[in-house]
Design a protein around this ligand. Structure first.
Ligand SMILES: C[S@@+](CC[C@H](N)C(=O)[O-])C[C@H]1O[C@@H](n2cnc3c(N)ncnc32)[C@H](O)[C@@H]1O
Length: 187
């Protein structure tokens, strides 16, 4: 069945984000509770498919004023929303917005931690995408993929895990995140 919510290319439309990217979401997805076990002060974190920065702001708190967050998205409207929120939260100095192209993230800086929250199912070239992240994560670094439970089947998610492992990632855990399927990759 065709979705009238996703755009024809299956990218989440910018106007949908405020519907689930609001203070109530914290009751289900508290960014600090989910991410604090993975991120240390001073580190560089990548939030790919950041949308309007719901998790980028949490990451910015966790890396502190000596760390950095690269917040990457393919939609300029998402990055505009992220900038506004980062300014309001006085975290703009720690967040570098990055406009991706559909065929590449366009980041060259190595990262300690990468997050792809509810976005991998929107990526067309999944192997190339995972390979690009693999190239960015430092040895010893981590990559957390979180996918929506109802939208992504178990079989599809297992294919993503297998692809990640083929590329060289090591499965390092399955952290619990509400309404989601997860894999923590290590490098
Ligand atoms: C459902 S939203 C999730 C946003 C955010 N991670 C969150 O949980 O609030 C998915 C986001 O991934 C972005 N996206 C989709 N494909 C992408 C790609 N190939 N590269 C970068 N961002 C992408 C979309 O523009 C959208 O902002």
């Amino acid at each position: 069945m065709k979705s009238n919510v996703l755009q024809p290319d299956h990218t989440c439309p910018w106007w949908l984000l405020p519907a689930f990217d609001n203070p109530l979401r914290k009751l289900v997805h508290d960014p600090l509770k989910i991410l604090r076990q993975f991120v240390r002060p001073g580190e560089t974190a990548l939030d790919v498919g950041c949308g309007m920065g719901y998790f980028s702001l949490g990451l910015a708190q966790l890396v502190g004023d000596t760390g950095k967050v690269i917040a990457a998205d393919v939609q300029p409207r998402m990055l505009a929303g992220l900038r506004q929120r980062a300014e309001r939260a006085a975290l703009v100095e720690r967040i570098n917005p990055q406009l991706c192209q559909p065929d590449g993230i366009g980041v060259s800086e190595p990262v300690d931690f990468a997050l792809a929250f509810w976005m991998v199912h929107e990526v067309h070239q999944r192997r190339a995408f995972l390979q690009e992240i693999y190239g960015l994560v430092k040895p010893g670094g981590k990559f957390l993929i979180v996918e929506p439970l109802l939208h992504v089947s178990g079989a599809d998610f297992e294919r993503t895990i297998a692809l990640g492992q083929e590329i060289g990632f090591r499965a390092a855990g399955r952290p619990r995140v509400a309404l989601s399927r997860t894999i923590l990759f290590g490098k």
